[in-house]
Design a protein around this ligand. Sequence first.
Ligand SMILES: [Zn+2]
Length: 401
Amino acid sequence: MTSNIIRNARLIDGSHIDVHLHEGLIEKTVLHQPTDSPGAGDIDADGQLLLPTLAEPHAHLDKAFLAERIHNPTGDLLGAIHAVHANAHTLTFEDIVERASRAVMLYVKNGVSRIRSHADTFDGSTLQVRALRQVANNFKDICDIEICALVQWPLSGKEGEPSRILAERARNDGADLLGGCPHLDSDPKGANKVFLSLAKDLNCNLDLHVDETLNADMLSLRDLAQRVMKQAPSFSVTASHCVSLGMQNEKVQKQVAQMVADANIAVVTLPQTNLYLQGRDRQSAMPRALTALSALRIAGATVVAGGDNLQDPFNPLGRADPLEAAGLLVAAGHYFPEDAYSAVSSSVHECIAGDAPFLTTGSPGNFILTPSASIREFIAFANQPRHVYRHGVLIYDTHET
Ligand SMILES: [Zn+2]
């Protein structure tokens, strides 16, 4: 039985509290009394800002740091997909584990305690899934990593049989959930139907790349929401990207956003990669390639944000730091900084893992202490010190090497 107290932590409203932890979980919070003296094992926060740990709800750890090895000649989504497919034979188990591990360590140092990573499946192989399973196991004591098998298209009909078989193998080989790209399928609605059926049969959640295109005629999200509302599945459904929803008129945005909220589909927006990949053919009034953030939030849908790719053919940039996505939500998505921080931290923990809200009794003692004056300043400077705790135990201190 271990208990300890974080003393004199500052909340964003300026109040100072003591946080009581028991077995790594939050027991209670009380106002800080300056006269109390710390006991053995207590943490003196010294007035630093107390924030929930960050989260990455949409990564591609298997492709991390491939930017130098695999060039994307067109800079767009299809250019990246083709480039990775053409070089898939160069990727080995050890290579994937090494690059993904390097990425995870960076995420952890930046204060990330949860990652959902997609894993490619090529030509009947589950290599990426198995490699990331090993990485997830290796890091299980410092970061929760979920593996989502990215099932190739087509999915439906006789042509889709190999992909459906591979989805089952991926589950057996360590994938926690299934994903794919219905908008790239010759039959997007058929793909939605197959994915929902596979998730049910294989007893797992679903996280799809949805409508990652500026083509407003592609709106498979509406079909997905309709199917989910009708089937009311016992598993969760996440829709990543949803770029084309942002290209609809306000009436359609509002209508589909309400359907997404009613279907309880969580949306993951991925500003950095979509700002990079989309809109290269537009010379005038280039769209921001974000989903309909405002309509979704007004409708009450869960919207979180991620970084997507990390220095690979899909995105040459990235520091494995969710504050990048938070900053882009402020600048390109017009979020207030506090809402942006929530979208890359507590909202993800609650949406993906079902965690209780930050600092409530029984929630995990996962937090960051930083001397920043505010969340706005924390995001703006991006390089403020971060002391990262997991289950009440310090796992990374900026001052350590
Ligand atoms: Zn992705």
